[in-house]
Design a protein around this ligand. Structure first.
Ligand code: LLP
Length: 416
């Protein structure tokens, strides 16, 4: 069963009609398919089956507790970038021993908490961070397991905002500085060197950049091993793209096949950090048309979801497919800009879409399972959308719609 498919001109998620979900839970609503999430995670896990490995789901893509819990039940590891994500993984039943901690700006508090719970590895992004971690681990009388995140200077050929592996980016340690820093790390009293880490960007639709980065990491690994350093794992990051429109990214099977081929025969455990490719096409944003508006030659479908709910089109000019929940043939087709109620001209979920819609109709914005809700805000004091998880013929509210009182919580007036 496909996660999202039309039956009798009606869009379904697994066994449930979206129309019914909108009636019961209102709109805007994020709707996820449990089967799709699990199938994608398994595709990565099985793809690496022939070598020692751990799939560390990148929590930032979708950090809903239910999503994390489903993956924890499958035995997933997690890639986190903040203390907040750490607490989410723990709260969802994730194993701290399978957590890797990435990010350029880890605070003392975040490092201490991660040491306290005993995570698998810190992905270190600078010399200063390494020194801070060594010092904190010393104070806590423990050793911190680390990988150095190297910057392989590879062009991932993706949107500039989500490319990370070029020299000019803030991420990682320059390849030419890596060997020296590994020696320093090795000599530090409270650091245990575990591996090499690298992540070059997100929404990669070609495999060659992954291969190039992996080859560079393997070269470095050889050099380190030759100099007597021990390494347990290689972490090749995340970044595999998904199809939004007409992109043709490799499947997880083909991508993991390539990694296995490159790393095979080496004595390393392989870690990867996919986010988008696990949840991206396992979720959509369900929205209702409030008004149809014609202005000069322009036609607008004003919907009840907005850039605060799904920021990607406004931030990255990202294209998300927008489809009617009921395929209707008795309305004329028109070219619409699908826009939200937020007071910004950039609040466009989709420009120039050919649609047959009228006020009150439901639209589904596809490929919204990753970096959708997790990047949402309450801008314009709009409560955040409800999140629903469909499992066969059942639906579960995995985050209730935010209430206006919650938006005011923690704010105070000055005294008279
Ligand atoms: N590992 C690290 C260190 C990362 O920085 C990221 C994503 C990932 C793994 C997961 O990458 P993925 O497999 O999801 O591509 N908000 C942007 C994407 C930002 C990605 C940031 N880092 C978007 O909506 O396209």
């Amino acid at each position: 069963m496909a996660a999202f498919e039309y039956r009798d001109e009606q869009l379904f998620v697994e066994g449930l009609a979206l129309d019914e979900l909108a009636r019961r839970f209102g709109t805007p609503a994020y709707v996820y398919s449990r089967a799709a999430i699990e199938a994608q995670w398994r595709a990565f896990d099985e793809g690496l089956g022939s070598i020692s490995h751990l799939v560390c789901y990148a929590v930032k893509a979708n950090s809903n507790l239910a999503v994390l819990n489903l993956l924890a039940r499958l035995g997933s590891g997690f890639d986190i970038v903040s203390g907040g994500e750490l607490e989410r993984v723990l709260c969802a039943g994730g194993d701290p021993g399978k957590i890797v901690f990435s990010g350029v700006g880890k605070s003392e508090q975040e490092l201490c908490r991660a040491l306290e719970v005993g995570i698998l590895c810190f992905n270190i992004e600078s010399e200063a961070e390494l020194e801070r971690l060594n010092h904190l681990a010393g104070e806590m009388s423990c050793r911190a397991p680390v990988s150095l995140r190297v910057n392989p200077d590879v062009d991932p050929k993706t949107h500039p905002y989500i490319a990370t592996g070029l020299k000019e980016h803030k991420f990682g340690i320059a390849m030419e500085d890596a060997v020296d820093l590994y020696r320093r790390a090795h000599d530090m009293s409270h650091i245990t060197v575990q591996g090499i880490d690298c992540h070059i960007g997100s929404q990669l639709t070609e495999l060659e950049p992954f291969a190039e980065a992996t080859r560079k990491v393997l070269e470095l690994a050889d050099e380190l091993l030759a100099s007597g350093l021990e390494l347990t794992h290689l972490n090749l990051g995340g970044g595999l793209g998904i199809r939004f429109r007409d992109e043709n990214p490799a499947t997880p099977a083909v991508y993991t096949g390539l990694l296995c081929e490159l790393v095979r025969e080496r004595p390393f455990k392989l870690l990867i950090e996919p986010g988008r490719a696990i949840v991206g096409n396992a979720g959509l944003l369900l929205s209702r048309v409030e008004y149809i508006k014609h202005s000069g030659s322009k036609h607008f479908a004003v919907v009840d979801a907005a850039m605060n709910d799904l920021m990607r089109p406004a931030l990255y000019q990202a294209w998300h497919d927008i489809v009617p929940v009921h395929k209707c043939t008795d309305i004329d087709s028109e070219t619409y800009n699908v826009v939200g109620p937020v007071c910004e001209s950039g609040d466009v979920l989709g420009a120039e879409r050919e649609l047959r819609v009228t006020a009150g109709d439901l639209l589904a914005v596809h490929s919204a399972g990753a970096y959708g809700f997790s990047m949402s805000s309450s801008y314009n004091s709009r409560p955040r959308a409800v999140e629903l998880m469909v499992d066969g013929n059942e639906v579960y509210v995995v985050r209730e719609r935010e209430r206006v009182e919650q938006l005011h919580a923690g704010e105070f007036l000055l005294p008279d």
